[in-house]
Design a protein around this ligand. Structure first.
Ligand SMILES: [Cu+2]
Length: 292
């Protein structure tokens, strides 16, 4: 196992003991790669009780992955067959296990309406994978997506659904956590390229970085004022990196954009070294993994 992954898991255990039980989804037997399309896949549809509002939830993969999931909502007024464009939506995902003893959330980007797709686009990153299950007492284990939807000054909080995450391709990791030198846990997600667009050549690379605001991992803040000192992709099986990469720099909303040069297909690690904040190293080393 590659060095930073060992480090990742050790830090993960130390800094986030509440979530250690579920951090081993990679060892699951039935690995299937989510199929990814340019079209949207409807994963949930429900009507708010006693209203004409039907809430449709779409994603680009066929299931939510442990990674960066854009989520698109459409709100249809079923009496007029028109779509509501002035709602406010807040994502409030929750993971529960051990009869409610284990509870936490994951980073989100709250949805914003865009006329281009007729819906509200946000994002959600589960910090670990989970199936859906119930114990003998009926207690739920798994993720629940919960929405607070405000339409015409009335807030509805009844729209929620349980979901299981799908395992991504073996030898890949699109989301990681790392202990920062300030005592907080940081979470890093691969925004692009996602699995279907990973290919040989120079590609746009985008990651997003969040701070876990508390040990319970109930809220997360996107962090904008970071400087990545060095970025290099590396092929552990081949023992080489590549030239002509661009270190990601901050854009907005905790996102960092650069470029990566994949000179051949196979397994690559994306290594981020000395992520600086206010002149000191916040994160000494972390990484993500892709394979195509
Ligand atoms: Cu959990």
């Amino acid at each position: 196992m590659r060095k930073y992954i060992q480090k990742h898991y050790i830090l993960f255990f130390l800094s986030s003991s509440i979530i250690y039980l579920y951090s081993c989804s990679k060892s699951d037997n039935n690995i299937t790669t989510p199929s990814e399309t340019n079209s949207l896949n409807l994963i949930n549809s429900q009507t708010i009780n006693s209203t004409p509002y039907k809430i449709e939830t779409y994603i680009h993969t066929d299931s939510i992955i442990v990674g960066y999931n854009p989520i698109i909502l459409k709100i249809k007024d079923t009496t007029t067959s028109t779509y509501i464009t002035n709602a406010t939506i807040l994502f409030d995902p929750l993971m529960t296990a051990n009869a409610g003893m284990h509870r936490h959330s994951g980073p989100v980007e709250q949805p914003i309406y865009a006329s281009s797709n007729g819906g509200y686009t946000g994002a959600f990153m589960p910090i670990h994978g989970s199936t859906i299950s119930y114990d003998n007492a009926g207690n739920y284990t798994g993720w629940t997506m919960r929405y607070a939807i405000t339409i015409n000054n009335i807030t509805y909080d009844t729209v929620k659904y349980n979901f299981a995450t799908k395992n991504i391709k073996i030898n890949t990791q699109f989301f990681t956590s790392v202990a920062g030198n300030d005592g907080y846990t940081y979470y890093i997600a691969l925004v692009t390229p996602q699995q279907a667009s990973q290919k040989i050549g120079i590609q746009d690379l985008e990651v997003s970085i969040y701070r876990g605001d508390n040990h319970e991992a109930l809220s997360f803040t996107p962090i904008n004022n970071l400087t990545i000192t060095n970025f290099y992709p590396y092929m552990p099986d081949m023992g080489h990196s590549s030239d002509n990469n661009t270190i990601p720099t901050n854009t907005t909303n905790g996102h960092y954009k650069g470029s990566v040069n994949f000179t051949m297909g196979g397994a690559w690690t994306l290594n981020f070294i000395k992520i600086m904040q206010n002149g000191s190293s916040l994160i000494d080393s972390t990484g993500l993994e892709i394979a195509f």
